[in-house]
Ligand binder design. Sequence first.
Ligand code: PEP
Length: 253
Amino acid sequence: MKPTPFIAGNWKMNETIAEATALVTALKDAVKDVKGIDIAVAPTATALSSVAPLLKGTNIALSSQNVHWADHGAFTGEISVNMLKEIGCAWAIIGHSERRQYFGETNEGVNKRATAAIRAGLGAIICVGETLAEREAGKTLEVVSTQVKEGLNGLTAEDSKLLVIAYEPVWAIGTGKVATTAQAQEVHAHIRSLLKAQFGDEAGAAVRIQYGGSVKPGNAAELLAQPDINGALVGGASLKAADFAAIIRAALN
Ligand code: PEP
């Protein structure tokens, strides 16, 4: 049986507080009847506390776009797990390719962030994915294997209950180029085998693997129908309530 689909919207560095509250108000209305799908939005840090009360009692969970591994201390610009939980976050996106590419985040750092999050009860959406050069060099599975193995180092089957992997080919993020269903399923199946090897068959099969990279209302259903695709991490299209709602509904099929 496939796990419950999980559709998350990564708003990146977009939306002021006023815009974020308007967006989430429209989204709440657009998906209020949806059942059987997990939904989350990840506003920018400044908007988290304004969006949180609007999501209470709804079918939409709150996510941050990152989290630090330390409880508190001299880590300028970072936010701890407890601070995010205090606001009402249930999830944190970790190791997004933009964090890796522009801010030097490493698999080791991803592992520390994810371990701290999960062990304190915050769900971790760990992002992995190859660049275009890596794909063209035939290194996709090798790169993704390293990111998954090092990112998940030390996590147990119990920890995996709060784990989600987002496979996001870097060349497909924000470019309008989406992976073909065959390309996506191939990598998802590979990630599934790594999860089963680490957590055992049952726990490994239960971990959601999201696809991310130019997911739109028009391509979501086909991607989400693949056997190892259990949801989507959506950037650009999550900034329009109607488009994000259409992607969520595509997971109902
Ligand atoms: C993302 O940033 O995680 C993403 C998938 O972006 P987009 O949907 O815009 O490609």
